[in-house]
Design a protein around this ligand. Structure first.
Ligand code: UDP
Length: 368
């Protein structure tokens, strides 16, 4: 039957979950098509040893947007977790993000004045940092750059820091207080019980097809008037303007017969030689007291056609190519491109939620 559904939602990640929730509250019908064997996108958690393991990397919800926070709180209860990752540089331990604790560990400086003068003596003087290296050196100076940024960044992105956009490093706070909170946002927490129940709620009224690659079943668009596509935009258009670049990840998970492996949810390995960027011990997200623990090593990996694209690589060249796809997308009738992969943007979760609500409200009045 044609147009049995109001919306065809390609991808069962956060964007489409929020979209589906909004649509179903209005009594609209959604069909969800998901390539993987589960809903939840990269927020999916697997329960192992009674621990909600973040299987696609750590996801800490944080926002300064009051209405997004209230929205999420209508879907789950948050605990009081605050993300305070530790850096391990060749066996030396430092607090992150870069703050008075880090400066003390590096140089023994005790006051903001002492730390500032140390940093000023190392800062690169440049008016407009043109790449990540210049941005980092002009902000934090050489010691922090070489011990805590360069190795991690070049592993993470598989590129020289000089070839990466400056905005990536501006995601990290840099402050002259003894404050190890990785985020500057007002609200932060982990959903008690993990992320999966949120997705079950959002998709409760939708029909969901898992293990189904939409691009091999494009005929599914006939089932709905409007399609929301959250997969990679270049793949949708058969790479007609060439491939966009993504960065992928590979995860190695281990169950250990000890209660506490590293004493923290995340330890970043900031040297170049260690092949993984971080080890996540998921039980600490929910203050778990289980007798065993599960750790996940995160290995950055080149993205290949059959792999999972995790991060868009927003260099000038890639962004230019994306603009071509975006123009083509704007001409596609009744198809909207969204999410990190559809919009080729390094979004945080709160931005995704906001964008999904905006898009739904924008198109809900269009005649269906
Ligand atoms: N970064 C770094 N050292 C660290 C952590 C992060 O240099 O110990 C840099 C790195 O370039 C990374 C960027 O900061 O890509 C953004 O880090 P974030 O934690 O926001 O990355 P995500 O959690 O999204 O992978």
């Amino acid at each position: 039957m044609k147009n049995k559904y109001d919306y065809l939602l390609v991808g069962a990640g956060l964007f489409n979950a929020i979209f589906a929730r909004e649509a179903s509250l209005d009594g609209k019908r959604c069909l969800v098509v998901e390539k993987r064997s589960h809903i939840g996108g990269n927020l999916y958690c697997e329960n192992i040893e009674g621990i909600n393991v973040h299987v696609y990397g750590p996801h800490i919800f944080h926002t300064s947007n009051e209405s997004v926070w209230e929205y999420m709180r209508s879907l789950c209860n948050f605990n009081h977790f605050v993300y305070t990752p530790i850096a391990n540089y060749k066996g030396e331990i430092y607090n992150l993000p870069f703050n008075m604790n880090t400066f003390y560990q590096l140089w023994g400086t005790k006051t903001p004045k002492e730390a500032l003068s140390k940093i000023e003596s190392q800062q690169l003087q440049v008016s407009y940092p043109e790449n990540l290296e210049e941005q980092a050196l002009s902000l934090v100076g050489t010691d922090i750059y070489h011990k805590l940024i360069k190795g991690y960044t070049e592993k993470q992105w598989g590129k020289d820091s000089k070839d990466l956009p400056a905005f990536i490093i501006r995601r990290l706070p840099f402050r002259f207080t003894y404050n190890n909170n990785y985020y500057n946002d007002i609200y932060q927490g982990i959903p008690i019980g993990g992320y999966n129940p949120i997705f079950e709620k959002c998709f409760a009224k939708a029909d969901v097809l898992i293990n189904t690659d939409f691009l091999s079943h494009r005929e599914l668009t006939n089932k709905a008037k409007v399609t929301i596509y959250t997969g990679a935009i270049d793949r949708y258009f058969d790479y007609c303007f060439g491939q966009l670049e993504y960065r992928s990840l590979r995860f190695e998970m281990e169950t250990l017969e000890i209660e506490n492996y590293q004493g923290n949810a995340a330890v970043n390995y900031t040297d170049r030689e260690t092949p993984y960027t971080r080890i996540i011990e998921s039980k600490h997200f929910e203050f778990g007291k289980q007798p065993n623990t599960v750790i996940t090593k995160e290995f950055p990996a080149p993205w290949k056609d059959d792999g999972e694209p995790f991060y868009p690589v927003n260099t000038t060249e890639n962004n230019k190519r994306y603009e071509q796809y975006k123009k083509k997308a704007e001409q596609s009738k009744d198809v909207y491109f969204a999410g990190r992969l559809g919009a080729y943007k390094y979004y945080n979760m709160d931005e995704i939620i906001q964008e999904a609500i905006i898009l739904y409200n924008h198109i809900k009045h269009l005649s269906l």
